[in-house]
Design a protein around this ligand. Sequence first.
Ligand code: SF4
Length: 363
Amino acid sequence: MTATTQKTNLLGRTSAELTQILSDMGMSAFRGKQVFQWLYKYRSRSFNEMTNLSKADRVTLKDHARIQRPVILQQLRAKDGTEKFLYRLEDGHTIEGVLIPETKRQTLCLSTQVGCAMGCRFCITGRSGLVRNLSAAEIVGEVLAAQDHMSPHRALTHLVIMGMGEPLANYDAVVTALKILLDPGGCDFSNRRITLSTSGLVPGLQRLARENIGINLAVSLNAANDATRDRLMPINRRYPLADLLATLRDFPLPGRKRITFEYVLLRGINDSPEDARRMARLLEGIPAKINLIPYNASPGSDFTPPERTEVEAFQEILLRANYTAVIRESRGGDIDAACGQLRERQCSGQPSVIPGESKPNKP
Ligand code: SF4
């Protein structure tokens, strides 16, 4: 361990935690709030920038603390404007994140683990298993690094926690990161603009229900009976559909919120009219919105997507049952940035990004 890595990383701490850390270094309590703002609101990476701190406090911070976040090594842009970031972590592992530009919103898809242990059969991330969890600093750092690389004219508006990993399997770091992202003194995202997607880890869902943080919830469903879901998503053998849906029926949904159910359509596996009718019955009583995602064919996969007419017929059954059911067009397929295509990659260690760093105005 080097002298630098022995220093406390200030990123990934809630405002209260940061105040405690600085107070342990002998600083006044209000310094915690100031440094919190510098880290998240102004995205500072150097203590020298923190000009409303005394010189002595800045020296103390330099001696005992650091600001360590993922580095964007590569930024690829797809024909449809989707951008994929390759982030390098402090220990050399890499993760990917995706920026999805639309007319009125800019959405960043975040990763929460290097790899994933869930092993969903249709997902490339799950093929190589779990390497490790990300820390809260790394998760929030994905957002800060992406914001720094975006044009100043395009502010990040939405976050979806749907990248590499099962977020509820890295519960503590993900919830800490969410608290920082939602903090008005920090990243200041509205809870209406953050969505967490899970494969259906029931104990994690029950804990999340008690956190009362009001973010949007998405569930990767992909089958309407246990036999098919067992085959596609091994987690279903531990938490079968009856347990998952009972937990979702109890999940607190403020206001008019609905749970989004994601359904990857795989030809001949889960795409029959009977599957659609079964799903309509299964979700009865749950405020639900359904995203239908025709499978993104990938090399080495046994699966293929259904024909467009079959996808529309599937959607029609759900619409007639009074569900909101949307066909999600795949984005970023030419740069492997579409759903289920993210993975750890070998990298040269040399940044090759499209320049365009932007910074918010400082006080
Ligand atoms: S779909 Fe999500 S939970 Fe399943 S293996 Fe891929 S990353 Fe993991």
